[in-house]
Design a protein around this ligand. Structure first.
Ligand code: 4NP
Length: 153
C-alpha cells in the first residue's frame, strides 16, 4: 500500500504526518513494506528540510524528519493508493490537478475514528505552540488510522 500525505508547503504538517504514519505503521511487522511519502501543493520550499520548529517538535518526541519538500505531480495519482490532505484548500488544490482520480483524495482525519472531518491547522504563521498542537493531533489521528488498518488487513 502506498500513502501520500499532502499540505501546502510540505515543510510543516505533511512531513510530520509522514513521520508519524511511518512510526505507527512500522511498529507492526505486517505493515513494514507499506510506503509513505509526503509532498506539497506548492513549490515554495522545494528541496528544503522541514521547518526548524517542526523539526524541534519532532525531536522532542524522538522522531527524526529527513524528508525534503517536493511538489505534487500528476504521476503521484498513479503511484499512490491514498492521497491524504490536511485541509479543505489542500483538497481543492489536489483534486484540480487530476479530477478523474479524486476518489483517492481525502482529508487524513476522515480515516481516523474520532477526528472525522477535522482540519489540521496550518501552523506556519504562528508560534511553537501551534507546531506542538499539530503534532498531538496528527499523532492521535495516525495511531487511529493504523488501528483501523489493523482491523482491515
Ligand atoms: P505546511 O505549512 O503547508 O504545513 O507545510 C506551510 C508552510 C509554508 C507556507 C505555508 C504553509 N508558506 O506560505 O510558505
Amino acid at each position: 500500500m502506498n500513502i501520500l500525505v499532502i499540505c501546502l508547503g510540505n515543510i510543516c504538517r505533511s512531513p510530520m504526518a509522514e513521520g508519524l504514519l511511518l512510526k505507527h505503521l512500522h511498529e507492526d511487522l505486517k505493515f513494514s513494506a507499506w510506503k509513505v511519502d509526503s509532498c506539497g501543493t506548492s513549490n515554495y520550499h522545494q528541496g528544503e528540510l522541514a521547518d526548524p520548529r517542526m523539526l524541534s517538535t519532532a525531536k522532542k518526541h524522538g522522531i527524526k524528519l529527513t524528508h525534503r519538500s517536493r511538489q505534487l505531480t500528476v504521476e503521484d495519482f498513479d503511484e499512490f493508493d491514498y492521497l491524504w490532505v490536511m485541509d479543505e484548500q489542500n483538497y481543492l488544490d489536489v483534486v484540480s490537478i487530476c479530477p478523474s482520480k479524486k476518489d483517492k483524495v481525502d482529508l487524513i482525519s476522515n480515516f481516523s475514528k474520532s477526528y472525522k472531518g477535522q482540519m489540521i491547522p496550518d501552523p506556519y504563521f504562528g508560534d511553537q505552540n501551534g507546531f506542538d498542537e499539530v503534532y498531538k493531533l496528527l499523532d492521535h489521528i495516525c495511531a487511529e488510522i493504523v488501528q483501523g488498518f489493523n482491523l482491515k488487513y
